[in-house]
Design a protein around this ligand. Structure first.
Ligand code: HC1
Ligand code: SF4
Length: 574
């Protein structure tokens, strides 16, 4: 081990540790901005570009960036000498000299790490009044807004896009004062291979990257007397939205969220979880058919639009592999505008379906051409967890004090299998629960497939269902998906079913969730909350959801029927 002193306190760290890590061990806070670390995903972005973390090291002429300077034996570090403080203030001053000061109307207002730093460091007037860059905002996609005037060149988004996701859309463009992180040739995002995962939005410490905001269209629909407005809430939203109102990470806020949605004026409060159960019915039928015929194996899950777009661009030759089942979001829209519309006696054109999603790619998915019929979209508007939290705040609702509400029927009933969709491994586990029962022909009691749980990027398991041995894998993060797909292409891997989610950890870490700023303990708590919620449900298998059974009996026929295919399945294009 290496022994050093920070602010006079001795500390011992493993070789290769940085001064910043040694300081963390002593709970000495050194301010950082460009640094981005997510231990459980092996992400440690140390560009040392902002230099806000400079400290004084005895015997060295220059100040050292703590995030990238290795701790050394006998080193004596001081974090708060006047020289270090002055240097940090000058750095912040220079950063702000080329940063817009419109914090009040910035999408990251109060969630911005640069703003927080300025507050922490008590910088109240600026010495440097330099030139300011002026780029047009990129609002070309349905999902992600870019405002390059706010880019501070920390390159955290580049790490998210290239190192974690291996999509490679964002990189440094231009030099000196004009340098920004952007797609090559400053192309609008909609014209690139961006999959709208939003991991760059989560990584961006400032307002350079945010979501395309659809709150106003929702307010408009809610105030349109001609419209019946139906809302669906994705599995991962309920375990994260409380964070926006000061509830501890890992709180399950389903009931409060339902009450808030009703107070906002939604006519029906339904659940994407209902449609997740429906997806399991269709996808498991397909899985069993493919296993029986031995064709098109492995089956790949298809509910994550970021992952599907990645496959379309990067592995077009594997396009036959994903399940043809639409995602729960889209199945929900299709069922609402047919079955529910008929039952409620409302013309589909007078129904507005709003989704609340942890994901930004869902905005893009809902707008894909194949998900509308006769000009009517299955899902009309998608807002993120953060946007819903903003609407609740705007309406003056005291979220933490709300009573627990119940979803409306029939598209509000769901199972424990559906809620775990929000975590990496959950979709596959839900499918295995149903597949096991169907293959065995009984109501099995062993339903916890723990081998596919947890935040690891690639998980592999052999599961025995009633004598049938299945090899399955689960990936989250597109870089991990790429590794696994390449193994399959080389003939080095043999699975029957694979779940892939674009975001590391799955939807619980979606681009539309409350910002975690790299604190992965928050993600771990969201994960635990989803499995706690599963355990507490009276029904934990999708095919045992009574509303799903009724939907098939009254409307769809059998899982995999011709009509079910027409409504609930899609085809892929490259
Ligand atoms: Fe997801 Fe899904 S789990 S994709 O991660 O299959 O977004 O939460 O809604 O559609 O159900 C997201 C979450 C979500 C779909 C479901
Ligand atoms: Fe890259 Fe995802 Fe951001 Fe698109 S949304 S630029 S793919 S990180």
């Amino acid at each position: 081990n290496i022994n050093l002193k920070i602010n006079g306190q001795p500390v011992s760290v493993a070789p290769g540790s940085t001064i910043l890590e040694a300081a963390e061990k002593l709970e000495i806070k050194i301010p950082t901005l460009c640094h981005f670390k997510m231990d459980c995903f092996h992400v440690d972005h140390r560009s040392a570009s902002c230099r806000i973390c400079v400290v004084e090291v005895k015997g060295r002429p220059n100040l050292a960036p703590a995030c990238s300077t290795p701790a050394a034996e006998g080193m004596e570090v001081h974090t708060n000498t006047l020289r270090a403080i002055n240097a940090r203030r000058t750095i912040l001053d220079l950063l702000l000299s080329d940063h817009p000061k419109d914090c009040l109307i910035c999408p990251k207002n109060l969630n911005c790490q640069l703003q927080a730093l300025a507050q922490e460091m008590g910088l109240h007037h600026l010495l440097y009044k330099g030139e300011q860059s002026t780029y047009n905002k990129d609002l070309s996609s349905q999902a992600i807004a870019r405002d390059l005037d706010k880019c501070i060149m920390c390159r955290r988004c580049e790490t998210a896009c290239n190192a974690i996701q291996t999509v490679g859309v964002l990189s440094g463009v231009g030099r000196g004062f004009n340098a920004v992180v952007a797609p090559a040739g400053l192309k609008p995002l909609a014209e690139t291979e961006c999959v709208f995962c939003g991991q760059c939005v989560q990584a961006c410490p400032v307002g350079a990257l945010s979501e395309i905001d659809y709150k106003y269209p929702v307010w408009r629909a809610l105030n349109d007397p001609a419209k019946t407005v139906v809302v669906q809430t994705a599995p991962a939203v309920r375990v994260a939205i409380g964070e926006a109102f000061g509830l501890p990470p890992g709180s399950v806020s389903t009931g409060k969220m339902v009450t808030a949605l009703r107070m906002l004026g939604f006519d029906r409060v339904f659940d994407t979880d209902f449609a997740a159960d429906l997806t399991i019915m269709e996808e498991t039928t397909e899985l069993i058919e493919r296993i029986k015929s031995g064709r098109n194996l492995p089956i790949l899950t298809s509910c994550c639009p970021g992952w599907v777009k990645f496959l379309e661009h990067q592995f077009p030759e594997l396009i036959y592999m994903p399940s043809t089942a639409k995602s729960p979001q889209q199945m929900f829209g299709a069922i609402t505008k047919t079955y529910f519309a008929q039952k409620a006696g409302i013309a589909p054109e007078n129904l507005t379906v709003v989704s609340v999603m942890p994901c930004l790619s869902k905005k893009y998915e809902a707008a894909r051409e194949e998900f509308s019929r006769d000009g009517i979209r299955d899902v009309d508007i998608v807002i993120s967890t953060r946007e819903l939290a903003d609407m609740i705040r705007e309406a003056g609702i005291q979220f933490d004090q709300l009573e627990e509400g119940e979803y409306d029927s029939p598209l509000g009933e769901s199972t424990g299998a559906a809620v775990i969709f929000g975590a990496t491994g959950g979709v596959l586990e839900a499918a295995l629960r149903t597949a096991a029962d169907w293959i065995a022909g009984e109501d099995l009691q062993e339903i916890d497939f723990t081998g596919v749980r947890g935040l690891d990027g690639i998980k592999e398991a052999a599961v025995n269902i009633n004598g049938l041995e299945l090899h399955v894998a689960v990936c989250s993060g597109l870089g991990n998906a790429r590794k696994l797909l390449e193994k399959i292409q080389k003939g080095e891997a043999d699975y029957q079913a694979i779940e892939i989610m674009a975001c590391p950890g799955g939807c619980l870490n979606g681009g539309g969730q409350p910002y975690h700023h790299g604190d992965t303990t928050i993600l771990q708590k969201r994960l635990e909350a989803l499995y706690r919620d599963d355990k507490s449900q009276p029904v934990r298998k999708s095919h045992r959801n009574p509303s799903i059974q009724r939907l098939y009996a009254e409307f769809l026929g059998e899982p995999g029927s011709h009509f079910a295919h027409q409504l609930l399945h899609t085809a892929y294009v490259d």
